[in-house]
Design a protein around this ligand. Sequence first.
Ligand SMILES: Cc1ncc(COP(=O)(O)O)c(C=O)c1O
Length: 379
Amino acid sequence: MQIPLSNPDITELEKKAVQEVLNTPNLSLGPKIPEFEKMAADFAGVKFAAAMSGGTAVLHTIVKALGIAKGDLVLTTPFSFVATANCLLYEDAEPIFVDIDEHTYNITPESVEQSYLALPPEKRKRVKAVIYVDVFGIPADGPGFESLSQKYGLRIIDDAAEALGSAINERRCGSFGDAGLFAFYPNKQVTTGEGGILLTNNKEIFNIAESLRNQGRDKGAGWLQHARLGYNYRMSDINAALGIAQFKRIEEMLTKRKRVWERYNHHFSHIFSRGLLHPQKTPPGSVVSPFVYVLRLSTNHTRKDRDRLLFFLKKEGIQCSNYFTPVHLQPYFKKMGWQYGDMPVAENVSERTVALPFYNNLTEKQVEYVVQKVNDFFL
Ligand SMILES: Cc1ncc(COP(=O)(O)O)c(C=O)c1O
């Protein structure tokens, strides 16, 4: 059996929607963009949404719209995809990594506050914001980060690139703080091929981001009028049409995804009870829309054991990965002074995690095959 790590859920509806756009002259800057944005904003429960070429582009425009610039510091997680921290480097701002919770793999308002207060006063003054991630679709404490924002005047960015459909205290991830985002790479809950969307209730952030994504043009301005230095971060109408079709099937897609997640949990329960592997924990009051299925080997195992498991599964036709290598250990962050030992929990988790195949149409038989092979490894 060959099982991919991820596989987009594309039906005739998506194909027809894309074909329909191709039959019009509006391949970009057309009507599909506002239609897609309205669907995403309504889904997330925010006033404004701006579709872009990717989640990284969205993060960059949020950073710029918040005025985060050279010399500013931003507290964030080391356990994420690199884009979460890279968006700061684009503007010569600097991330300050905060270690994660060992069960949810998210940073918490408590650990962020502790790191903030531990900074020397002259450094603390330079901290402008917090970027937190709802990692693998598990909601971080959005309400807690909003309280932190009120207490210290910090701006909050909710990177929900991996958490479309997740919620905490009945509010959807991506809707917290000053601005948030979803991303639409083909392994995500909803795909547009490539793409991302900014979510906010703040009109000013929305206006600036809209301009930045479109070469610095203000809304309604002429093609050659550029109010500020901008980028081409636009999403095309072809991508947006794909996204609209996906949002039309959103309940069905999220239900399928959740079913696969529950199947895995059910079949792995005996291994969990033996303490060999641990699932990622879900905080109380949250709804999880899973992005990937990640397990962590117990602390009795080493990084070598994890790598042997990855090798074994791949040999058996099961695609899998070591999500995530901590961001602070990427070579260019190490050059900035970060080193192994700085984030012990993130490093420890990262050495033991395995992402297994996970997508909407993964069958019961395939799940059973994966679980059987993981079992065989531990025998
Ligand atoms: C947490 C997180 N933030 C940002 C991004 C960047 O999104 P994109 O790849 O669409 O640029 C990703 C992508 O996987 C992500 O997982």
